[in-house]
Design a protein around this ligand. Structure first.
Ligand SMILES: Cc1cc2nc3c(=O)[nH]c(=O)nc-3n(C[C@H](O)[C@H](O)[C@H](O)COP(=O)(O)OP(=O)(O)OC[C@H]3O[C@@H](n4cnc5c(N)ncnc54)[C@H](O)[C@@H]3O)c2cc1C
Length: 394
């Protein structure tokens, strides 16, 4: 479908923008598009905002994009999260293998900033009028024609918009309506995680600890304000989910039987109902993210394994590019075409590198993957990743 809206009327014709999902991507997009003067409404399936999600590492590319979208926000994030100083690699019996200082700030002008997903969501939401965020709106599909998009929700509501943005994560209903791909791809590794108020003894000296086990590992992140995010991961070609929340906790503690008690202690201190258990999934890259008046961003567009900590960071890059393309193009078709062209190649590379990086954790690598991993850590690649400049501004 070819949608031609000329430059003069782009702002007027796209007056109503509907964003599905109030995660980091959807909320950042709402701020960015409000800056352009669009009437933006965000629809979120959750009944309420609650303290969920994991600890995230925000890197210079993501932080610079966030700052461009919402000036001053990095200062707020720094006061909520943690600018990582010292990091440590430990064995499962607690021995220190290597300790080092983060060099992000010196190298790239921004720190590695760890923050709780929920706090990031709150900070982004606080930059928006609360009446544009509609909770309890689970999108179940849409239809579009030349004049607009009609979006359907499970609660029976329908809304009309001129532009629909799917920012609804790895199981995106918008993507499914566009491309009917079915379920995401299980990458072969399970995840258990929680964020709790907890002072780990490691944090007297370290902000980030990586503990390596046998085809399993744990991350402990200081995410600020006295909170610790723990993430336990295990290589598991076939996975099964526990029958109850109580069994989830028992299961992890069983897995950690041989681990030092300081690592078990944080799981023991976590209320069972706060532990999230699930498979890690990605999807193959798409060759197009848009059709007509509908496009995707963030995990909906390019879900990836967490190995490189780029899911949210690349999402903020998407938002910056979408904002630039909408502000500069003479038609919606041109804006969305430019947006895809600036994003798909880069995010496909990050998705592929993340999948390779993931297997490194479990010492399961082919020779080709070993080589790709070596490339991954080279300076040129890090520069490419962390010194990202929005195309239109560069
Ligand atoms: C263990 C782990 C560690 C990670 N670590 C990092 C890291 O260090 N750095 C990093 O950059 N990234 C990290 N990520 C990835 C990061 O969390 C995601 O990439 C990021 O949250 C994507 O943002 P998003 O807004 O696109 O999607 P999401 O965060 O998934 O948000 C989607 C939102 O849409 C809502 N939604 C879903 N379906 C519907 C629907 N049908 N209708 C309405 N609303 C809907 C959801 O409730 C949610 O609020 C990690 C992920 C995991 C699992």
């Amino acid at each position: 479908m070819q949608i031609d809206i000329n430059q003069k009327s782009l702002g007027t014709m796209l007056k109503k923008v509907a964003i599905i999902g109030a995660g980091p991507g959807g909320l950042a997009a709402a701020i960015a598009l409000q800056n352009l003067g669009f009437d933006v409404q965000v629809y979120e399936k959750a009944q309420e905002f609650c303290p969920v999600g994991t600890g995230l590492g925000l890197t210079p590319n993501g932080l610079n994009c966030l700052e461009a979208i919402a000036p001053g926000i990095v200062t707020t994030l720094k006061s909520s999260g943690c600018s990582v100083g010292q990091t440590v690699l430990k064995s499962m019996n607690g021995e220190t293998i290597r300790a080092s200082s983060s060099t992000f700030l010196e190298q790239y002008g921004q720190p590695l900033l760890t923050v709780w997903w929920w706090r990031l969501q709150q900070i982004l939401a606080s930059r928006l009028p609360s009446d544009i965020i509609h909770l309890n709106h689970n999108c179940i599909g849409f239809e579009q024609d030349e004049s607009g998009v009609k979006v359907y929700f499970e609660n029976g509501n329908t809304i009309d918009a001129n532009l629909l943005i799917g920012a609804d994560g790895v199981n995106s209903a918008v993507r499914e309506t566009l491309f009917a791909e079915g379920k995401p791809h299980y990458i072969g590794s399970m995840c258990w995680r929680a964020v709790i108020k907890y002072h780990h003894e490691l944090f007297n000296s370290y902000d980030l600890a990586f503990i390596k086990g046998k085809q399993q590992f744990m991350y402990l992140l200081n995410v600020g304000e006295g909170y610790t995010s723990w993430i336990y991961r295990k290589f598991m070609p076939d996975y099964s989910l526990s029958a109850s929340v109580e069994q989830v906790k028992v299961r992890i503690l069983d897995e950690l039987t041989d681990w030092d008690r300081s690592f078990r202690a944080i799981v023991e201190a976590t209320p069972a109902k706060q532990i999230w258990e699930g498979p890690i999934c990605d999807r193959p890259p798409l060759t197009s993210w848009s059709q007509g008046r509908v496009t995707l961003l963030g995990d909906a567009a390019h879900p990836m394994a967490p190995a490189m900590a780029q899911g949210a960071n690349s999402t903020f890059e998407d938002v910056c590019e979408l904002q630039a393309c909408l502000s500069q193009a003479s038609s919606l078709t041109e804006a969305l075409t430019n947006y895809e062209q600036r994003r798909i190649e880069r995010t496909s590379i990050i998705q592929a590198r993340s999948a390779v990086g993931e297997m490194r954790y479990y010492d399961i690598e082919t020779a080709k993957e070993k080589q790709e991993r070596a490339d991954l850590t080279n300076e040129h690649f890090s520069d490419w990743l962390y010194r990202y400049k929005v195309f239109a501004d560069s």
